[in-house]
Design a protein around this ligand. Structure first.
Ligand code: SAM
Ligand code: SF4
Length: 440
């Protein structure tokens, strides 16, 4: 069949879709140029906010109406269970976020409708990749055991499972052999790698640097793989910002100077209600620790506005925390109650218009802060890995520095290859972009 995959949601979904693509190609199917050209379309869904779920379900509905064979995968399937066929009566198959490995067999058998939820299943095909480019996502931790009050992820992605370190190292080594130079290690709360189940065992050689914690030790092992120039990982929880993690940042230049550290709120009262297991002061201490070793260290975050009971004062605490933390970038989300989560039992009492206002205020603050933080980098030279031509301005290329900042430069007739290292001197800045010129 000619197939197309349409992906909503986080990097983990992007990675899962890539694995499905690799599996379908291995099973003899062919990637279509786009959805119109495909016989089979798989929609990978997100359910973290209600709107995200509606988008994926709406998309699948349109594709069914267009006469395609349609499969829905991902988080929304697990949330809806059998209801998925009430919402989409002519859907062919639906698989949960840990059951995507079954898709080739389901398509092969063609006995529709089919529902496979997968629960805590560990896909056998976690290392399946398509032959593409110099960057790759690598899943190291499945599921989440944190149970933050508002979050549906633990219900849909199941319990935490850390892949054996040996498997991760083998996967990254294979990717490096195919030309991958940058990997991003994925987990919902990735610093909990090796906490619920052991990731390292006695058959593994001892850590050369004496690392005792599972995740820093994984960074050490991945940094030792020839050809891997950059290592990123996401998402993090301040509880995992240990001295060993900072030591790994310091000792391995491959580990990028960036951490996505979702804070969610700056109010201790709201943080306690959310069950985040840190206070404002503890969060800020984690940021200070990272910036103490490198003042240019980039910290980005996620924030929720309009959590049940969030007062103007709580909101102002979030504003001031964001200023104190000096975030380099921030994603702001309007609270959306999710069925079955603890906070769904609380009144969703911040009006939509007020959530919108708080969202806009934080975004405006972040624009100003981004401009100021980036302004401190004018005149510095960034080591950039080139990604491709800029989508906004013709004649420019774009890439990222170690801090995950977008850097653009005028090509001036020169040609670049994706993944090529370019040293760029910063001349001008925007809230989320550095503009410069290549230097020797
Ligand atoms: N596991 C990651 C973490 O905790 O760091 C993030 C998981 S979630 C896919 C991404 C972001 O969505 C969260 O950091 C949070 O800000 C936001 N989010 C999660 N549940 C939400 C909800 N019910 N309403 C609004 N935003 C939500
Ligand atoms: Fe959700 Fe919290 Fe787990 Fe992140 S850490 S996925 S916000 S429960």
């Amino acid at each position: 069949m000619r197939f197309h995959i349409h992906t909503y949601g986080c990097q983990m979904n992007v990675r899962d879709s890539e694995a499905v693509e690799a599996l379908l190609v291995a099973a003899g199917h062919e990637k279509a140029c786009g959805e119109a050209d495909a016989d089979l379309v798989v929609v990978n869904s997100c359910t973290v906010r209600q709107k995200a779920e509606e988008k994926a379900v709406g998309k699948a509905g349109n594709l069914i109406a267009a006469g395609k064979v349609v499969g829905l995968m991902g988080c929304a399937v697990k949330r809806m269970g059998e209801d998925v066929f009430r919402r989409l009566p002519r859907l062919d198959f639906a698989v949960g976020p840990r059951a995507y490995g079954l898709i080739p067999r389901i398509v092969e058998e063609g006995r529709y409708p089919r529902l496979e939820l997968g629960d805590d299943m560990v896909p056998e095909c976690l290392a399946a990749h398509v032959e593409s480019g110099w960057q790759a996502y690598v899943t190291v931790l499945l599921g989440c055991d944190n149970r933050c009050s508002y979050c549906i992820v633990p219900d849909v992605r199941g319990h935490e499972y850390s892949r054996p370190a040996r498997e991760v190292v083998a996967e990254v080594s294979a990717l490096a052999g195919r030309g991958v130079r940058e990997v991003c290690l994925l987990g919902q709360s990735v610093l909990r790698y090796g906490v619920r189940n052991a990731a390292w065992d006695e058959r593994d050689a001892p850590s050369p640097g004496g690392y005792a914690e599972a995740f820093p030790r994984l960074l050490e092992a991945v940094a030792a793989i020839p050809g891997i120039e950059r290592i990123r990982f996401t998402s993090a929880h301040p509880g995992g910002c240990t001295d060993e993690l900072v030591r790994a940042y310091r000792e391995f230049p491959q580990v990028c100077r960036h951490l996505h550290l979702p804070v969610q709120s700056g109010s201790d009262r709201i943080l306690a209600g959310m069950g985040r297991r840190y206070t404002r002061a503890e969060y800020l201490a984690a940021v200070a620790k990272l910036r103490a070793f490198d003042p240019e260290f980039s910290v980005t975050t996620d924030v929720i506005v309009g959590y049940p009971g969030e007062t103007e004062r709580d909101f102002e605490d979030t504003r001031s925390l964001m200023e104190e933390a000096g975030f380099d970038n921030a994603f702001v989300f309007k609270y959306s109650p999710r069925p079955g989560t603890r906070s769904a039992a609380l009144p969703d009492d911040v009006p939509t218009a007020e959530k919108e206002r708080r969202d806009q205020v934080l975004l405006a603050d972040q624009e100003a802060r981004g401009l100021r933080r980036n302004g401190e980098l004018v005149g510095t030279v960034r080591e950039v890995l080139a990604e491709g031509p800029s989508k906004r301005v013709a004649g420019r290329w774009s890439g990222r520095d170690s801090g995950n900042r977008i850097v653009v430069w005028d090509v001036g007739g020169k040609s670049y290859a994706p993944g090529e290292k370019v040293m760029v001197k910063v001349l001008e800045v925007h809230p989320q972009v550095l503009v410069g010129v290549p230097v020797a």
